[in-house]
Design a protein around this ligand. Structure first.
Ligand code: GTP
Ligand code: MG
Length: 204
């Protein structure tokens, strides 16, 4: 269960993020895939993270405190075509630094649009995470937009792609910000890891 989610701070620099004393879960994926919507769905607060029909809405690293126990982080999306080379390079630097150097990062949820067959840019990003030892879980988004069988087919194709790169498929969830599909499962998954974090870091 989630009781209270509060916005803390927005940054371009991981060094200015809140002190890494709580386990952290970040949400990333292609621009417009539904990261901010999913965060709002999990928090049960439609006004929390800014949502837009136009890609490129989220441009900063946004920290939210959940029940004083963990951080939820909304990240800017990748693959937004209408961006200058300089902006793309800035994004890459900011995100790569954050993902590789943020010490309390438990899991990066990579959001994948369930309406599409596997996209190269997602596969490459996940591969990069793997190479850098960054733990990844997949969230297939917008499952309300097509039939269950279409979603299952796209999910299967994506998981097959994962098996070409890794020995095992990452943990994954099928979600919809519209219907709240997957909400309980994702929250339980996070909360299990939050409990483990505090158990392992208990002062004796
Ligand atoms: P950037 O911040 O620009 O990278 O985008 P984002 O990934 O945060 O996407 P955002 O949450 O802003 O959503 C983009 C668009 O998709 C909005 O118009 C949302 O209303 C819509 N959307 C997001 N999730 C869902 C979903 O589960 N179902 C449906 N039907 N629409 C969704
Ligand atoms: Mg966003």
């Amino acid at each position: 269960m989630i009781k209270s989610v509060k916005f803390i701070i927005s940054n371009t620099d991981f060094r200015k993020c809140p002190s890494p004393d709580k386990p952290e879960f970040a949400f990333i994926g292609r621009s417009n895939v539904g990261k901010s919507s999913l965060i709002n769905m999990l928090a049960n607060n439609k006004g929390l993270a800014k949502i837009s029909g136009t890609p490129g809405k989220t441009q900063l690293i946004n920290h939210f405190d959940v029940d004083g126990r963990w951080y939820m982080v909304d990240l800017p999306g990748y693959g937004f075509a209408k961006v200058s080379k300089t902006m793309r390079e800035e994004w890459e630097k900011m995100i790569r630094q954050y993902l590789t150097l943020r010490e309390n990062l438990e899991v990066v949820f990579v959001l994948v649009d369930s309406r599409h067959t596997p996209q190269q840019i997602d596969v490459e990003f996940i591969y990069w995470c793997g190479q850098n030892g960054i733990p990844v879980a997949l969230l297939f988004t917008k499952a309300d937009k097509q039939s269950k069988s279409k979603t299952s087919l796209n999910v299967k194709k994506f998981l097959d792609k994962m098996l070409e790169l890794f020995e095992e498929v990452p943990d994954y969830f099928v979600t919809s910000a519209e219907t709240s599909m997957g909400r309980e499962d994702v929250i339980s998954y996070i909360q299990e890891q939050v409990s483990d974090f505090y158990q392992n870091n208990q002062q004796s």
